[in-house]
Design a protein around this ligand. Structure first.
Ligand code: NAD
Length: 251
């Protein structure tokens, strides 16, 4: 569903763009004149986000896409390319939290988290790279997590494993894509103020805050600023990095 579209502009796809960190990333890129395409499963939130963006004079559109379904994402990515003739930036942001620890996690939970947090970014990357390698340019930014770096303080097994896998995807794809002039990087937030952390109890949140040297949650806009940098010309020689945005919470 297109609200505004600018042909021949820089085009970015942001998964999970309807709210939270994804919406902040979409806003940050759109305010630079980039046409943003928001993929999400939540049509109501998508409509609200794109209306807000268009109201600010930004160029944006939405599409209801479940990133855990590779055939669905392939069609959605190809449709963006057919409309705009280019896909310059992919931000693999959509993800879900799971707090089940190693003694609790069952096969259904494992598969649910892996399908969205790992299979989603893998096949989104594959579909988008088909177009980017032909164009010999592009930027891919994967939203990992501190949980994929240090195991996570309160996150579950499947979640931490999935976010470590996103870092592996980033580094392997960075090597593959370098010869095509495409950079692939990751941003690893600590704990950010979004709906996702509503799953934490007050007690868990208080103990989390004690572990953040800056003593506060990271704002989605602060994570979006790191993505904006990695998507910009300033970062043209940076590939395969994991950029931590976590208020100093490394352990
Ligand atoms: N919030 C944090 O503290 C935090 C910390 C580290 C990493 N992250 C990561 O940042 C990313 C965004 O997190 P957030 O806090 O904004 O989450 P959020 O729950 O606020 O938003 C996630 C968005 O993804 C969408 N989504 C979920 N499943 C989807 C699917 N199958 N297909 C398409 N869209 C889907 C949701 O509808 C939602 O709009 C996630 O990958 C998350 O793991 C978040």
């Amino acid at each position: 569903m297109s609200s505004t579209s600018n042909e021949n502009h820089t085009v970015a796809i942001i998964t999970g763009g309807a709210r939270g960190i994804g919406k902040a990333i979409a806003m940050k890129l759109a305010c630079k004149g980039i046409h943003t395409v928001l993929f999400d499963i939540d049509q109501q939130a998508l409509t609200i986000a794109v209306e807000e963006m268009v109201g600010l004079g930004y160029s944006a559109q939405w599409s209801v896409v479940d990133i855990s379904k590779p055939e669905e994402t392939r069609k959605a990515v190809d449709a963006v390319f057919e409309t705009h003739g280019t896909i310059d930036i992919l931000v693999n942001n959509a993800g879900i939290l799971s707090t089940a620890n190693i003694l609790e996690v069952d096969e259904n939970e494992w598969n649910r988290v892996m399908d969205i947090n790992v299979k989603g970014p893998v096949f989104m990357t594959q579909h988008v790279l088909t177009h980017m390698t032909a164009a010999k340019k592009g930027r891919i930014i994967n939203i990992s997590s501190l949980a994929g770096r240090n195991g996570g303080l309160k996150t579950g097994t499947a979640y931490s494993v999935s976010k470590a896998a996103v870092i592996g995807l980033t580094k392997r794809t960075a090597r593959f894509a370098a010869e095509f002039g495409i950079t692939v990087n990751s941003v690893a937030p600590g704990t950010a103020a979004t709906d996702m952390v509503q799953g934490f109890s007050d007690k868990q949140m208080a103990s989390l805050l004690k572990n953040i040297p800056m003593g506060r949650l990271t704002q989605p806009e602060e994570i979006a600023a790191a993505v904006e940098f990695l998507a910009s010309d300033l970062a043209c020689s940076i590939t395969g990095v994991v950029l931590d945005v976590n208020g100093g919470m490394y352990f």
